[in-house]
Ligand binder design. Sequence first.
Ligand code: PHE
Ligand code: ZN
Length: 854
Amino acid sequence: MTRTDSPDRQFLADYRPYPFILEQTRLEFTLAPDATRVRADLTFRPRNGSEDLLLDGGKNLHLISLTIDGREPAADQVTRDDERLVIAAAALPDGQFTLATEVEINPSANTAFEGLYISNGMFCTQCEAEGFRHITFYPDRPDVMAPFQVTIHSDQPVLLSNGNPVRQEEGLAEWHDPWPKPAYLFALVAGDLVAIEDRFTTASGRDVALNVWVRPGDEDRAGFAMESLIKSMKWDEDVYRREYDLDVFNIVAVDDFNMGAMENKGLNIFNSKLVLASPETATDADYERIESVIAHEYFHNWTGNRITCRDWFQLCLKEGLTVFRDQQFTSDMRSASVKRIGDVQALRARQFREDQGPLAHPVRPEEYEEINNFYTATVYEKGAEVIGMLKRLVGDDGYARALDLYFKRHDGEAATIEDWLKVFEDATGRDLTQFKRWYTDAGTPRLTMRETWENGRLTLHFTQHTPPTPGQNDKPPRVIPIAVGLIGPNGDEIEPTRMLEMSEAKQEFSFDGLGARPVVSALRGFSAPVILERNIDDATRAFLLAHDTDPFARWEAGRELALHALTALSQGQEGGADYIGAIGQLATDEDADPAFRALCLNLPGEEEIATRLYAAGAIPDPDAIHDARNRLARRMAETHANLLSAIYDQMVVPGPYSPDADSAARRALRISALGLLTRIDGGERAEVLFGITSNMTERMAALICLVRRGRGGVALSALHDQFKDNRLVMDKWFTVQPMAAPPADAIAIARQLSERRDFDWKNPNRFRALLGGLAANHAGFHAADGKGYDFLAEWLMKMDPINPQIAARMSTAFETWPRYDENRRKRALAALERMAAMKGISRNLREMVTRMIA
Ligand code: PHE
Ligand code: ZN
């Protein structure tokens, strides 16, 4: 990207260390909803020479007093603008000094949920990435680390902060966190909370008190979160030899939270939807997600907290690695192949989509205006894929040695991607100069594979090419690990997985001494985040779907068959026969994991079909895609009616609900069958199931089927009556209606819902439920008359002054606009331009719409 003259733009190349070392942070809070006092005592030492002391601090900080070693500096030595406070070098003593400030802030006016705010009467904080500057004046950057001592005065019954408790009495608590940390990991909670408690003894014998704090009444829904925490702690010891390092570990659930959860040292704060679960209120997918996010935040204790990021450009250093670790954890807890397939699906749906559009950026960006806009699928999910490739290239042993070295060398530091790659180089002797392009270059490589066969020798000819992304036109070739296996004509594997290492733009690899021409199973396990293009007919795909030994490649063959059929159908051609035939065989394959069979029965979503069409150079037509998908699903149901109905009956899970992987797998297969059967039974089975089941997994599945058929009315009011006081279930209720509605009704339904009194839109979960539900209705949101775009833009403009992070994040619903027809493009662009022209638009939303318009 080019340097624009925006004053807010930050560049990686401009990094400079902070000129002071912060030796100690002492904070004293006197909490009150409208007027909280924060006293900060910060002990600094100059790094070298004399420089001005810059402290970040927003307009919301009302400065009461400021002293240096107890003395007030002269008025002209302290200057302040909207974003910072500067103390002239001349006002600072030569050596160590303590700066003391007192400010007043107003948590109850904080609707952006960044800094200190109030959620349901409880005080809580969110500081990543730059929220701490809304609490007090501070060097709010991740490379400034210090031990924290925190005192809280409040009449709230439970007072929490990071580290270990050192004093707890009526109206007062004191916490001490000995591990130096940046301000973004600070947290404070004060409220009327109850804990479910447990304990964990670490490998070296530390006895840790574990608490999951929730509102009174929610205790019975917090047990699964606690189980997940204990499993995570054990797993990190077993697999990475990482132990916990404090006497307590607290998790708090809050209702108003911009993101999923936050890894504050010793005091993780979670969106309540990622803590609270009961069979009646949470689906199997919710349970799995809770388990993985609890793990993710816990794993940050080492990858993020003990070793943090030098600056926010290095965000993937902690997020990519921690996602990779939580993926490994889930693979170990559940079915590894099903997890891998799910992760690839999510990567394609969110990250490939991002890479394909105007918001594409490298895993490690080199510039930004608002860092909150870079908590993206590219940084997180592609960041994790890059680590997976690294592991494939250096092997499991190499990876283990590199990680040991990483923890040893950088513990207590704020590190960079260069540091990360260096430990791999030093531990394995490998040169990673070219590999680093995965971090610096945006875009999804296109990998083409061609085969030649001659005298028992099979040659695979690969080429790679990455299309231009904003600001990056030339993309030199990358290192691509390509896992390949060969399958003989009789279906037996004749060459087990081999890792081919491609590093040139064009490269070939040969297999010799083969009797008969084998079928190639390529990119096994999705060994690299690329788009593989190969000339292969449906019969060969069906063969792979039947015989491939690699579960990912096997699933992929079925996926390719389905996508081929769907793209043909949506363009008015014939298709689907091979897919329908092959799927019939697989669905009845009793040896295959039910979860795997379920994945194979689920058709690709409309968004995925659109992405595929666009990647192949076509203009996707949302209505035609919707239609094609409906027709194929109906044909599947008609062809396999008996088989599907048998599956539906067999896959009943006996006994009380349990969220374990095996039970969830059976339910998943049953639900896939139900989805297809609903196409031909008028919704009868779904209606019965909704009425008799008590678990939310089946109820939600049945409800989606009914809403899709326009028959959701009775079920929706039943759910509403039963759960109107349960926010999380009501969020589902708000999502499912616009999401599953027939596209022509989606916007009207969304509008009606938005007018309800219980559409509490300032709550991020509720806002995302409704608007995200609409955006997930591909043909509904992309209505040809532009009403979907107008509706969303209207709400983003309403949200922006209240909560810019949420407005900016939801605006990504527009990121695919360039791929549609001229009429839709014109209307989407008009909506984007209306937002861009909004008076007082936030930096967050401004950056997003500007990038999308450019
Ligand atoms: N760091 C959090 C995570 O684990 C995400 C987050 C970012 C939460 C910013 C809140 C604010 O991924
Ligand atoms: Zn994270």
